[in-house]
Structures are given as structure tokens and as C-alpha cells.
Write a protein that binds this ligand. Structure first.
Ligand SMILES: OC[C@H]1O[C@H](O[C@H]2O[C@H](CO)[C@@H](O)[C@H](O)[C@H]2O)[C@H](O)[C@@H](O)[C@@H]1O
Length: 593
């Protein structure tokens, strides 16, 4: 059975990522890309769906663990009656253009005593469905099925044998010993990759991460949490293309036993625009340039064909399927791969994209002609369509509405486009954009505002509250001292409260068209902290911020949601949306200190 969501650590190589549990089991790994079928799917079922456990015999969980410095190299220490060992897990970054294949390296170091250690490798390709043929060749065990092959290099002195579909490795760790296992993935028609020097790979991986983290320019309070979030966001960026995935996992539930289980291993324009803002604020401009290139390729074509979500290389077909052979995380079914949100209209993404281009300009990135052409095409489309209902940022499945957040983000698109035109002097129909900006503003204030209660509502004609309406203050749509803003912030703080955190909207409204509830949405609590700070309630904002940061696991990782009753994380993990919001709120609180 899988561990709790907060039991998992993330390791990755900027093209894919693995989750390692406190019990030493790698329960999730997709190869060779984030969105490839998983070869370890124990997270969504059990060990029989693929996992690789490496741990002292008889020990249940490691005693302590940490990332080594500012890296994604994980060190777990195990104290047992026989002695102590340290396991170092990492994935070396792949060199672009080189021939490096994905590798997961696990080094067991003896610290004290003679500790019997066992490895149990169960590869199950195609999301836990396919048990491969395993054969021995030289120092390797090779597992092959269809297009996939995985090579386990067995260290000298380790007794390795097959037992009931599991490759078992037994050895004893003695003080000072270092026993390194390397798992390499290759397309099955290729021969094995050259031998890897694991100590060199470890040194290079540490160097790569420390070098990158050295570029961080955040120096305020909560620096550790901010830097860990930025490292996590970097780990979710697919290096060859610049696309950024929303999370490393699929189908972790928004309620234990529920059906709100979605695949987040794709690039939402919304999530990746926000990620970019956080990386830019953190001082990382190279990622912004790479993401802009990705964006230009992904959305090239008719603006009407723009999607809210793409594959890491800009793929447009992400068909949602149900994996009925997987029991789901703690029985949460169905398990879904792919995402039907690809076919939705989500008008807010235009605002997020234009806002990010504006931020990039402010951060010193030039506005090239072809980027300007793209922006103009997006604005042409939005001018024609902002009046339409859409599925909104929450990607509802209960039918389109006039979501206030979508309209506010249409206002952001027009506002930032005007500012960009003014700053660059590039040719543009600025008067039309100004007129659109005014028209959207008037429309939202007339139809998205409940005069009786004095608050903004989720959608035109509705009564429900929605944390996304906090964007009226976050984006500058209205000033923070506007009474409509203050009352909306207060109403959300009370009406969407869930154990001191924030729900994204009132589930009883049933706008989302989905049965069952969900946890508190962590990004929304950070947005509320931003709004509280903006409206002059800094102490409350700081308390809320600290409360949410405190929900991170022992490594500072946060998933999408939190269950205040069961006191556990929910939803896909680690989630970019949450970590982005953490970084942005830390900047906000720090700047206004
Ligand atoms: O709640 C229903 C929807 O949930 C997912 O969407 C959420 O995650 C996205 C990625 O982080 C985010 O951009 C969006 O705002 C969230 O609502 C899921 O991907 C959807 O398919 C689902 O309808």
C-alpha cells in the first residue's frame, strides 16, 4: 500500500520525476518523460503495480531524511538495531543533445554496524499493467516489454536473484561501504548505455543544482521554504522544450476515496504562466526565455485553436482514459490518465499569458517582433470572445458560466497589452484595447457583483463565493481600499473557511458538476494571505502564510490540497500552483514588511 502523500520526496532530472517514500520505496516513476506511462505505479495501487524498495531488512521507515543542500539529491538515514545506513537517491540531469538516458541512482552507505539491506525491484510497464521479461546479461538484469527496457546494474558483492516477479538484491552494509545501484531506461531496441560512474554522477548532480540555486535572489524571511519551492518548480520544467508541468503525478485524489482524480503531468498555460512569474521574481530569467519559446511553438496556429493545456512538447491530444486495472490511491477511483480539460474553453489563460509577457518585459527580457505578433493575435481573439461563458480556471464539468475570474483576467489581458504597447512603442490597436479594458471592467462590476451583500460572486447570476475573485485585488482590477474588495475578502475568509484554510469555492453550488467534496485548496489560502496583506491586515496575512507553509512535509513539499480533519495532504504532488503561490506570497509579505 502507498504511503501518505506527504510521505513522498521528489527526485528528478528535469525531464521526469520519481517519488520516494519514507519506507525507501520508489512508488512513482514515468520514463522517459513526465507524461510517459509509469513503470512504478505503486502510488496508485500497491507494490504489485511497480515499485523499487531499498531498505534495511525489517525496517519500516527511515529515521530522518533531507535534501543535500539546495539540490534534489535525497539522503535518508536508517537507524536499526544492527546499525545505521544512509541511502542517497538522485537522478542525474540529462545533457541536452547528448546521449544520456534517464537514470535513477541509489547509493547505500554503511555508517555503523553490519546492516543487512534488501532491494526489491518490481518493474511494471505501461502504468502497472505489463510485467516484463527479465534476463541476466553481464552485470545487469534487463527487463523488457514492448517499447521499454530497464537495466539494473548490480553492484559487485550483491546477491541478486528473481523471486515471484521481483528482482531481489541482498547485501550487508558495513561502515564506510558504498553500494550503488543504477536503473537505466532505454527504448527496447537499443543496446545498454555506457557504464556510469555513480560518484561522478552524484558530484555533477549536486553541482548542477547548487549552481542553479545560486541564482536565487530572494533574501527575505522564509528563504528556505521559498528556495525549496523554486527548486521544485524548476524540477517540474521539462528542459528540452521549456514546458512546465502542473505536478509530477496523476490521479492523487482531492478526497480520499473520491472520484476527483486528475492527471497533472501536462502544461497548463495558467499554471506555467504563474510558475514563470515566480521564477522571474526569484531571479531565473533563462526559464522565462525557454518558456516563451515553448509557448510560441505550442500555440502557433489560429488563436481560436488555443488550448488551456498542452503536452510538454506542445502536443494537443491528451485524451482522458480510465485505467481500470489500477485500484487507485487508497481506493480512490477512477484512476485517470490524460485530461479532458484539453477540450474546454478557459478564457482566463489569455490574461495569464499576456500578464507573464508583461512581467518578462519588466524583468528585462526583450519583446521580440514575433512575440508581439503572437500577443496581437491573442488579443484579436479575446476582443471577439471575452463576452462568452467558459469553463473557467476551475475547469468545471457542469457547463459553462460567465465566471468573474475569467472576465477579470480578460481585463488583465487588455490592461497589460496596453501597458506593453505604451512601454515598447510597438504597433497596436491601443485605443481598441483601452475600450475593451473599460468594457470588461463595467461588465464585471455590473454583473459579477452582488449589491445586496456587497461582494463579488463566482459567476454572473450566481450567489456563491469563489476564492478566485480575490484576483480583483491581486491584479489591480480594483484598489485594495475599495469597499467591494474589503467586503469580498472578509466574505471569503469566513464563507470559504475550512479549518483555518480556504476552499476554492462553495461545493454546494454544484457548478463543477462533480459529486463529492474536496479539501482546502492551498493556493487559495496563499491568495487570501495576499489579499489580507493588501487590505492592511498584515498580521493575519503572516499567520495564514505561516500556517500553510507549516503543512509542507519534512522536505517542504506541498500538494494541491489539505484535509483539515484528517490532517493530511490531498491531490497531486508536488503541485506547481501551490508552490508558485507560496513564492509569490513570500515576496509580497517580504516587500511590504
Ligand atoms: O476540479 C476539476 C478539475 O481539476 C483539475 O484542474 C485543476 O488543476 C489544474 C492544474 O493544476 C489547474 O490549472 C486548474 O485550475 C484546477 O482546477 C483537472 O486538471 C481538471 O481536468 C478537472 O476538471
Amino acid at each position: 500500500m502507498a504511503g501518505r502523500i506527504e510521505d513522498y520526496a521528489l527526485i528528478g532530472d528535469l525531464q521526469t520525476a520519481a517519488l520516494v517514500g519514507r519506507d525507501g520505496s520508489v512508488d512513482w516513476l514515468c520514463l522517459p518523460r513526465f507524461d510517459s506511462p509509469s513503470c512504478f505505479s505503486g502510488l496508485l495501487g500497491g507494490g504489485e503495480h511497480g515499485a523499487w524498495r531499498l531498505a534495511p531488512v525489517g525496517a519500516a521507515q527511515c529515521s530522518t531524511r533531507r535534501y543535500r543542500g539546495d539540490s534534489l539529491v535525497l539522503e535518508s538515514e536508517w537507524r536499526t538495531p544492527e546499525g545505521a545506513v544512509r541511502v542517497t537517491d538522485f537522478m542525474p540531469q540529462r545533457r541536452l543533445g547528448g546521449r544520456r538516458t534517464p537514470q535513477l541512482i541509489r547509493i547505500v552507505e554503511g555508517i555503523e554496524g553490519n546492516v543487512p539491506v534488501r532491494g526489491e525491484l518490481r518493474l511494471r510497464f505501461n502504468y502497472g499493467r505489463i510485467e516484463p521479461w527479465v534476463r541476466r546479461t553481464g552485470h545487469h538484469r534487463v527487463a523488457v516489454a514492448g517499447p521499454d527496457s530497464a537495466w539494473l546494474r548490480v553492484p559487485p558483492g550483491v546477491h541478486t536473484y528473481g523471486l515471484d516477479g521481483v528482482t531481489v538484491s541482498d547485501f550487508t552494509a558495513t561502515p564506510g561501504s558504498r553500494t550503488a545501484f543504477v536503473l537505466t531506461w532505454q527504448p527496447s531496441h537499443l543496446p545498454t548505455s555506457p557504464r556510469t560512474d555513480t560518484e561522478d554522477a552524484l558530484a555533477a548532480t549536486l553541482r548542477d543544482w547548487q549552481h542553479w540555486a545560486g541564482g536565487c535572489r530572494y533574501d527575505g524571511e522564509w528563504r528556505d521554504a521559498v528556495l525549496r519551492s523554486l527548486i521544485t518548480l524548476k524540477a517540474l520544467a521539462y528542459e528540452p522544450t521549456g514546458g512546465i508541468v502542473a505536478a509530477a503525478t496523476a490521479s492523487l485524489p482531492e478526497r480520499i476515496g473520491g472520484m476527483r482524480n486528475w492527471d497533472y503531468r501536462f502544461c497548463w498555460l495558467r499554471d506555467s504562466s504563474m510558475t514563470l512569474s515566480a521564477l522571474l521574481r526569484g531571479g531565473f530569467r533563462e526559464e522565462a526565455a525557454a518558456w516563451r519559446r515553448w509557448l510560441l511553438r505550442a500555440i502557433a496556429g489560429e488563436p481560436r485553436d488555443l488550448q488551456a493545456v498542452y503536452g510538454v512538447a506542445g502536443e494537443r491530444v491528451l485524451g482522458e482514459t480510465v485505467a481500470d486495472w489500477l485500484p487507485g490511491y487508497e481506493g480512490s477511483r477512477p484512476v485517470r490518465f490524460g485530461n479532458a480539460a484539453v477540450d474546454q474553453l478557459q478564457l482566463d489563460v489569455y490574461g495569464e499569458v499576456v500578464d507573464t509577457l508583461h512581467l518578462a518585459l519588466l524583468a528585462g527580457l526583450p519583446m521580440e517582433r514575433h512575440v508581439w505578433t503572437l500577443l496581437r493575435a491573442l488579443m484579436d481573439y479575446l476582443e471577439q470572445h471575452w463576452r462568452e461563458p467558459d469553463e473557467g480556471l476551475w475547469e468545471v464539468r457542469g457547463g459553462r458560466q460567465h465566471f468573474v475570474h475569467s472576465k477579470v483576467m480578460s481585463w488583465v489581458a487588455a490592461d497589460r497589452a496596453v501597458r506593453l504597447a505604451e512601454a515598447t512603442g510597438l504597433p497596436a490597436p491601443v485605443d481598441r484595447w483601452r475600450a475593451m479594458r473599460d468594457a470588461v471592467h463595467a461588465d464585471v462590476c455590473a454583473n459579477g457583483y452582488d449589491r445586496r451583500r456587497g461582494v463579488f460572486v463566482q459567476h454572473y447570476g450566481g450567489q456563491g463565493l469563489d476564492a478566485a475573485t480575490l484576483f480583483v485585488v491581486k491584479t489591480g482590477f480594483l484598489p485594495p481600499d475599495d469597499p467591494r474588495v474589503v467586503r469580498t475578502v472578509d466574505a471569503i475568509r469566513e464563507g470559504l473557511d475550512h479549518g483555518g484554510l480556504t476552499h476554492r469555492y462553495q461545493a454546494r453550488q454544484r457548478t463543477d458538476g462533480l459529486p463529492g467534496g474536496e479539501g482546502a485548496f492551498l493556493a487559495c489560502s496563499f491568495w487570501l494571505a495576499d489579499a489580507l496583506a493588501a487590505t492592511g491586515r498584515r498580521t493575519e496575512a503572516r499567520e495564514l502564510f505561516a500556517r500553510v507553509v507549516g503543512l509542507g512535509n519534512d522536505l517542504g513539499l506541498l500538494s494541491e490540497q489539505w484535509d483539515p480533519r484528517a490532517r493530511r495532504q490531498l491531490g497531486n504532488t508536488p503541485q506547481a500552483f501551490t508552490h508558485v503561490a507560496l513564492v509569490n506570497t513570500a515576496f509580497t509579505l517580504n516587500e511590504s514588511a
